[in-house]
Design a protein around this ligand. Sequence first.
Ligand code: MN
Length: 231
Amino acid sequence: MTDFVLPLPPTPSVAVASSTERFAVRRIFCVGRNYAAHVRELGNDERDPPFFFTKPADAVVDSGAEIPYPPLTANLHHEIELVAAIGKPGFRIPRDKALDHVWGYGVGIDLTRRDLQDEAKKMARPWDWSKAFDRSAPCGPLIPAAKSGHPQKGRIWLTVNGEARQDGDLSELIWPIADIVSACSEAVELQPGDLIFTGTPAGVGAVLAGDTMAGGVDGIGTIEITIGQPK
Ligand code: MN
């Protein structure tokens, strides 16, 4: 047994629907732009390949939590996303095998400090400070794919204080789940516990202290998060 100079940090995890067990989180990968605002042309080979960024594993937050308004921003945005939870290791996974590696699905919110992201884009700097901050990856309970199946369509939505903000459909995903898992596994060896946030539909916008976000994906689950006063 290795001895450590400090106590081991807690294992980040997300809830599993209808279970007392939890899903231990290893890493969090997120896809950039992934919904077309219009119906895409069939057989279009000109799609930009998906690109990824990451969040720390301990950025996960359970549904029902209150998250303090984060520092360094005056423009905190919600991005409702389908989350795929990896259950089986894989490197260079072919598309037709990719869904075998998905243990389950959940609904997450990719919280984004949009003002820092705009600045990072302008200055050609990394996105970390805009995307990878404390509590930036709320994720609702996972449903095992054995129960939900692998979703290809279904409403994905988010309200703020009951008012509709985002309303899309998984069928609008430019890169479906299998392509995302396959593409991610080209860059890293995927491992059990990895989460992939799969991108957000149109309608992203700002939230303020006191706001409650509620969102969901039909057939997968829901999430509710309140923004509290800054620390
Ligand atoms: Mn996103």
